[in-house]
Design a protein around this ligand. Structure first.
Ligand SMILES: *Cc1c(COP(=O)(O)O)cnc(C)c1O
Length: 432
């Protein structure tokens, strides 16, 4: 498979080059030259296919030429070594729980896949690869965990002081080894600005091999297709394809689902569930795309004012608004409604949502109310304990801490505190 830049000013790249570069030289996102079609018999028989074989079948056309079949089998098996259950919540609504991985959020899947690919590619190079990433919380933890101990790769994570949740901060700072956490005196936007400045600093990039691990990287974006197939495998009513609702921020996750659908995965309709950051719901109403400054909400991983991956969705639909509208609806859900949803679903169905999943549930419920007879799945993208400071006061009780993170909460944090000046970052990177 080869990938072109959506800005159309860079040469084609194979999977390896697209992964290593992250972004094309013309600053465009990489996009696959063709979308593979999966044969209908695969879906008929999906109940009998093991998860790692499904993942292998789905991703193989995308990595062909860059990863051998043996390596790919190993990578997908290691990527999905935790359960991804589809859980029934009401008569018409199911939850796809994507939070059983090591950092309790769906980003584990993309980050684990990408880290293993980059680990493989960096073996062939003599210089060390430095993965540089800014995080508002979940990305950093998933990337740190995914790359922990990977030879030849150092990971530097910038996070805003005091603005990530306590669990998230532990996940960023307790690993050590090749994972470096920098606590920045500033906001997430400041962190992102510093990262961008480093990538644009040719004096630095001449000396160091820098790459990014955010969701625009094809090696993080494409494996997110896996769990849409796993959801369908567990979907009982195969005579009617599910509506799928995805809590969305940068729109990488839902874009992977739509890609899977174009490859043949049966889905009745997609819903992009947004918080107060309503650029895409606005676009679907007015056909005008108006990026905004992000506003802070209780579903903070979705606080994005100009979603990077939306341009990939437009490309999937040949930039034809009517075609896109027939497949996608989008709702903006307020913090107040998110809290009401967490409380009601907990009281009525004994199911605990995190704020991101609650945005998804609420949007799906709205759509199903307008389209009686349909059934749907929302993606539960994080474990509620990651956001206990929001969820516990809403339900009025404590959330039990999962065994898997009890250890981490006891470990000491290691991080370097820094001001908001580029020189400090520069010096740190040069010193690795
Ligand atoms: C990152 C994140 C999202 C948003 O995913 P996108 O791919 O950026 O749309 C939603 N929920 C949680 C918990 C996340 O960490």
């Amino acid at each position: 498979m080869r990938y072109y830049s959506l800005n159309k000013q860079s040469p084609l790249a194979d999977f390896k080059e697209a992964t290593i570069k992250g972004q094309a030289p013309d600053k465009g996102l990489y996009f696959p030259e063709r979308i593979p079609a999966i044969e209908p018999s695969f879906f008929k028989n999906i109940g009998n296919i093991a998860d790692d074989d499904i993942a292998f079948r789905v991703i193989r056309p995308y990595t062909e030429g860059s990863v051998t079949d043996d390596e790919l089998h190993r990578i997908v098996t290691e990527t999905i070594n935790f359960p991804i259950p589809l859980v029934q919540v009401t008569d018409t609504i199911h939850s796809l729980e994507l939070y059983h991985g090591p950092t309790l959020a769906f980003k584990d899947i993309g980050a684990r896949f990408m880290s293993r690919c980059l680990g493989l590619f960096s073996k062939e190079r003599s210089e060390k690869v430095i993965v540089l990433v800014a995080t508002s919380g979940d990305t950093g933890g998933a990337v740190a965990n995914g790359f922990y101990g990977v030879e030849g790769v150092e990971v530097v994570i910038l996070y805003p002081s005091g603005k990530v949740s306590p669990v998230q901060e532990k996940q960023l700072t307790t690993l050590g080894k090749n994972i470096h956490a920098l606590e920045i005196e500033g906001s997430f936007d400041d962190c992102q600005k510093l990262v961008k400045q480093a990538f644009a600093d040719s004096a630095l990039t001449k000396k160091l091999f820098l790459t990014s691990a955010n969701s625009i990287n094809v090696a993080r974006w494409l494996p997110q297709q896996f769990y849409y197939f796993f959801a369908y495998k567990q979907w009982k009513q195969k005579e009617q394809a599910p509506v799928i609702c995805v809590p969305s921020g940068n729109f990488g996750n839902i874009c992977a689902g739509m890609l899977a659908h174009i490859s043949g995965l049966p889905v009745s309709h997609f819903i992009a569930a947004c918080n107060a950051n309503d650029v895409v719901p606005g676009f679907l109403q007015s056909q005008t795309y108006l990026p905004k400054k992000a506003v802070a909400t209780i579903s903070n991983a979705m606080d994005v004012g100009d979603p990077s991956n939306f341009v990939r969705i437009l490309e999937l639909f040949d930039h034809e608004f009517i075609k896109l509208k027939s497949t996608l609806d989008s709702y903006s859900i307020s913090d107040a409604d998110t809290k009401v949803t967490i409380r009601n679903v907990y009281q009525s169905f004994n199911y605990l949502l995190d704020p991101h999943g609650a945005v998804g549930y609420c949007a799906l419920e709205k759509y199903l109310r307008q389209h009686p007879g349909l059934h749907g799945i929302f993606l539960e993208t994080a474990h509620p304990v990651k956001f206990y400071d929001v969820v516990e006061p809403v339900i009025g009780s404590k959330i039990p801490v999962p065994e898997s993170i009890k250890d981490i909460l006891l470990k000491p944090m290691k991080r370097s505190k820094m001001g908001n000046r580029y020189e400090e970052i520069y010096n740190y990177l040069m010193g690795i």
